[in-house]
Design a protein around this ligand. Structure first.
Ligand code: IPE
Ligand code: IPE
Ligand code: MG
Length: 270
């Protein structure tokens, strides 16, 4: 029979008290009246999370999927309108085929277990990216999830899947050229607003531009994510690897956002 050394029990209690007080402090600081409408997250660090534990990289992706579930529910309960999650970039095809295959299976697993929860929380699924290049089963899982949640009117859970911003902008430019050539669009009508309608984020309507962009794992770069849309987003780079990111991390990032002065080129007190 194993007996817990009382010394460690005290340590565990101390730790519980510590994390509870930290949690309370975060809750006190959070202003529920100023929750960002659109939060975008570059979910990074799955591989390193796994390697630190001497596990294969895919174990990090599996754990990361649990984080997606937790953060989706947390964001929806906070009143976030759009949560955009970068799940697979147009450059991620460069990874070993075994890892790519695993990543392609994840949406199948994710939606097969999570759609009822999404419906329960009134969350609608949308996707940005070229899904026609994904395996059949992945495409089906994504399309079914979008159809099964199409009636939901709460938060939009917007997955970036085989998404790259340069590709998005290039495709938009091509479509605009085509419309001009066909006489469906006048050159004089091309402006920022009309250009935005050719981007994949147009489906997000008035919330197309993230208010807050979070990247986990300590990397401080954008890696081809929503380049047009983040022109005036507040950026938060956090050290946790994605599988370790939790509700308190999300709340802390929002608190940091709430401490910023967004000026959009104007002056602070305008
Ligand atoms: C993010 O984690 C998930 C995807 C890019 C699909 P990574 O797989 O990039 O993990 P690291 O950055 O190698 O640790
Ligand atoms: C960005 O992470 C893509 C996703 C999170 C899906 P990466 O891990 O692919 O980015 P880099 O290679 O470190 O820039
Ligand atoms: Mg990475």
């Amino acid at each position: 029979m194993s007996v817990i050394n009382p010394k460690y029990m005290i340590k565990m209690e101390e730790q519980l008290v510590f994390s509870k007080s930290k949690h309370d402090e975060i809750n006190q600081q959070l202003d529920m009246e100023r929750i960002p409408n659109h939060i975008a997250i570059i979910m990074d660090g799955n591989g390193r999370w796994a390697q630190k534990r001497h596990l294969p990289r895919v174990a990090g992706h599996k754990q990361g999927m649990q984080t997606v579930k937790k953060i989706t529910i947390a964001a929806s309960e906070l009143g976030v309108k759009v949560l955009s999650l970068y799940a697979f970039s147009t450059e991620n095809w460069k990874r070993p085929s075994s890892e790519v295959s695993y990543l392609m299976q994840l949406p199948v697993r994710f939606f097969s277990t999570f759609v009822p929860d999404l419906v329960k929380h009134n969350v609608k699924v949308t996707v940005m990216g070229d899904i026609t290049q994904l395996p059949e089963a992945t495409q089906k899982a994504v399309k079914d999830a979008m159809a099964d949640t199409a009636h939901c009117t709460g938060m939009i859970l917007n997955f970036a899947l085989n998404y790259g911003s340069r590709d998005e902008i290039t495709q938009a430019a091509k479509k605009i050229a085509e419309d001009v050539q066909n006489g469906n669009l006048a050159l004089a009508d091309i402006d920022e607003a009309s250009f935005g309608k050719y981007l994949m984020s147009t489906q997000l309507g008035q919330f197309a531009n993230p208010d807050l962009l979070i990247r986990t794992s300590g990397e401080e770069r954008i890696s081809n994510f929503m380049l047009w849309q983040i022109a005036y987003s507040e950026l938060e780079f956090v050290p946790e690897h994605w599988p370790d990111f939790d509700e308190d991390s999300l709340r802390s990032a929002i608190i940091a956002y709430q401490g910023r002065h967004r000026r959009f080129g104007g002056l602070k007190n305008q």
